[in-house]
Design a protein around this ligand. Sequence first.
Ligand SMILES: [Zn+2]
Length: 118
Amino acid sequence: MGGKRQPVPAEFAVQGEAAIRTALLKRRRARSREYMKEWRSNPKHRERERERRDRDYIFKKQRSARRLLLRPYTRVDGRPQCGFCGLGRPVEIVERLRISTRADEEYEKVLIPYCGHC
Ligand SMILES: [Zn+2]
């Protein structure tokens, strides 16, 4: 790993800038892959990586749940989202009935953004 930088082979140099860039990128990726392979061969590192992944997963879920609680029917970037399919951009707001949680009414009206396709 590491060591002295190797020059780009001459065959790439004659092919121009793009070929050199591609060759460098390819080499960097190969080195990164090698490095990570080595890094993961240590069980302690693997354990740390797993912990980080689990933590990130929970954090992401919590953040998403909080966002939907504060601003329902929005995407991760905050843009509005269809309340049914969750894919399209809403073009209208439709009225639906939901089973009420209160004792005085059996159903209650809810307004849901709708994309018009699903
Ligand atoms: Zn939809």
